[in-house]
Design a protein around this ligand. Structure first.
Ligand code: MN
Length: 237
């Protein structure tokens, strides 16, 4: 099995270099069995019916990549929490549950975005509970796209969802929450993004692998090839 795990590209109309780096990565990774996107692929997502140019460009890039034989899995992050089944279908991919256990490099591994591990951020967890409420999402989706775009702009301006993507503005994971999630899933390895603190940490007999965020200078991925896992960065120019 040859798979790449990525997260936290935070794609928007303000990130042409990151978008170009994604296009280049898709062009260069011709041998992949699967691409797994663990959230915050987009800086914001107002609904799968979004017809903005960025949404159209990215959907068509991913759809073409699927057609070339790579399976694509995508999870929601705290920015693109409105990603849904229609988006997955549009790219001929699969929407992941917020927590997914998948066999990775020979071991069952818990995959998630990572925001749910940051339990010390009480304000954020309250915000998350609100926007993940199906009733809230139904109400949101009933609004016209332009109203949802305005709401997304307002949310970004709110302190609970500060516009900054700097690691010092994002709380790190709570160690007890990590251990509890590992136990609940009966696994000893977890792969997540969100915190923008790429690293491999030993946790008991297992491991916590943190994917990196992409900037105009640097991108990150975790590559799985057989039983081998490597966390890599690469230059973006
Ligand atoms: Mn995030």
């Amino acid at each position: 099995m040859h798979r790449l795990f990525i997260s936290d590209l935070h794609l928007s109309e303000d990130t042409p270099a990151i978008e170009a780096a994604l296009v280049a990565l898709l062009a260069r990774e011709q041998e992949l069995d699967a691409l797994i996107i663990l959230g915050d692929f987009f800086e914001a997502w107002v609904g799968d019916d979004d017809d903005a140019p960025l949404a159209d460009r990215v959907r068509s890039q991913l759809f073409e990549f699927s057609r070339r034989g790579c399976e694509i899995f995508v999870a929601r992050g705290n920015r693109d929490f409105m990603l849904g089944e229609q988006f997955a279908s549009d790219i001929d991919g699969t929407l992941l549950q917020d927590e997914t256990v998948m066999e990775v490099a020979g071991r069952p591994t818990l995959l998630l975005h990572g925001d749910t591990l940051c339990t010390d951020d009480v304000d954020y967890q309250q915000f998350r509970a609100l926007v993940h409420d199906p009733a809230w999402q139904t109400e949101m989706m009933a609004k016209p796209l332009e109203a949802r775009r305005e709401l997304a702009r307002q949310l970004r301006a709110m302190s609970v969802d500060a516009a900054s993507n700097k690691p010092e503005d994002i709380m790190d994971v709570n160690q007890a929450a990590v251990e509890q999630q590992l136990q609940a899933a009966s696994v000893d390895r977890i792969v997540h993004g969100h915190t923008h603190r790429p690293a491999r940490h030993a946790v008991g007999s297992g491991e916590r692998i943190v994917l990196g965020d992409w900037t105009a200078e640097k991108g990150w991925y975790l590559r799985e090839r057989g039983n081998d896992l490597s966390l890599n960065s690469f230059a973006i120019d």
